[in-house]
Design a protein. Structure first.
Length: 326
């Protein structure tokens, strides 16, 4: 029997508590239907018996309090909601308990921005981590010792797991289910819950939002210039001159401030502009390509797929109902 402890932190997302509880409970039913014994003992665990969520709109009754858990095999940390710093402050009592369970042999997994609470334990220091694409810049600022993997759905390292944003945590839950049971049970669960299995990237959902929460005004002006001139070919020397600093110094400061090299930033901004056009216009692939300053079709398609996981045609067909065939 595998003991699964689903934490119920304050300021957490109720669905990220209910979904894993539902999945592992349903998996028991699948196993019984196949003539096997149920495998999972699932419990909601919290610092107190009743935890209020969404400013008291919901209340979750826990099965056990932290002090009553003797041993568990898997600790699941659900997504948090609202201000991450405030949410972490409210849940300080959970941190030593998570560390204790890990030291006792439990695996620990965070769902979406539950990674902020997991990182607060120190267990992720020097390790890789996934989280919601929209929170990656904030996460990097708060936890510089952790390596955030861009676009990744799942990271796994030394019995610690993390997942990408929002519903992509289902991919991690199915991954864990397959690990504890078998492929057939995981596939059955994916069909039952109507979610994709083995999706390995959240890049197609990501929107690039340049890191501007820094104090370097010259770099911020360069970022704004890049974003306002997506049709033009912009050189690093040109941007360095605008910032009135040498090229090497400019590149160093840009990377430090934005977590991207200058060329990476320019490419990401251009591809983001292309995505918006594919979503909202009837332009064909070549028209969009020219609008963002590309003239090499092969290079554009390769870069677009690298950053989004889809070809330009696939992306347009997925998100634009007005699209006409090229």
């Amino acid at each position: 029997m595998k003991n699964v402890s689903i934490l119920v932190p304050e300021s957490s997302v109720m669905q990220a508590i209910a979904d894993p509880q539902y999945l592992f409970s349903a998996a028991n039913q699948f196993l019984v239907a196949a003539g096997k014994a149920p495998l999972f003992h699932v419990e909601l665990v919290g610092a107190k018996k009743d935890v209020k969520l969404n400013n008291g709109l919901f209340s979750v009754h826990t099965d056990k309090q932290l002090k009553d858990v003797v041993k568990t095999d898997l600790v699941l940390i659900p997504a948090l909601f609202g201000d991450m710093q405030a949410a972490i402050s409210k849940n300080q009592t959970l941190l030593p308990w998570i560390n204790e369970q890990y030291e006792n042999g439990a695996e620990v997994a965070s769902l979406c921005v539950g990674a902020f609470l997991l990182a607060s334990t120190g267990l992720l220091n020097g390790k890789k981590c996934s989280t919601h694409w929209g929170f990656q810049n904030e996460f990097r600022q708060m936890f510089p010792e952790v390596e955030v993997v861009d676009g990744s759905i799942i990271t796994e390292e030394h019995r610690i797991y993390s997942s990408g944003g929002a519903n992509s945590y289902w991919t991690l839950l199915l991954h864990l289910l397959e690990k504890y049971t078998d492929r057939a049970t995981a596939v059955l669960a994916s069909k039952y819950f109507a979610v994709d299995i083995d999706r390995d990237s959240q890049a197609v959902f990501a929107m690039f939002m340049g890191q501007k929460n820094h104090g370097d005004e010259s770099i911020k002006k360069a970022q704004e210039y890049i974003e306002q001139h997506t049709q033009e070919k912009i050189s690093i020397d040109e941007l360095a001159d605008m910032a009135a600093v040498g090229r090497r110094s400019f590149e160093r400061r840009f990377k430090l401030a934005t977590n991207n090299s200058v060329l990476e930033y320019i490419l990401r901004v251009k591809i983001e502009a292309a995505k918006r056009q594919f979503e909202n216009s009837r332009k064909n692939i070549n028209e969009v390509m020219y609008d963002i300053g590309y003239t090499d079709t092969k290079a554009f398609r390769a870069m677009f797929k690298k950053l989004t996981g889809l070809t330009p045609v696939e992306y347009r067909n997925k998100y634009n109902k007005m699209a006409t065939p090229d």
